[in-house]
Design a protein around this ligand. Sequence first.
Ligand code: ZN
Length: 80
Amino acid sequence: MIKLLFWLALIGGLIGYIAYRLRLRNHPKPTQARPQPHTFESVRCRQCGVYLPIEKSIQREGESFCSWEHAQQWHDKKAS
Ligand SMILES: [Zn+2]
């Protein structure tokens, strides 16, 4: 009985090892799956200089602003 369990464990281990090696062959470069660091484009407010994500910025006349107030202030300053 002990011998049978020994052989079953040995064969099971061998099958697991072969399956593991086959999986490695199918995916030879696991380093490619490394997730890229998350990056987002940030812009600088033309009025106060604060940096913020571009999707949260206000665009006006080709310039980026953190708020409509700063966009208006910059526009007023430019106009005067
Ligand atoms: Zn600002």
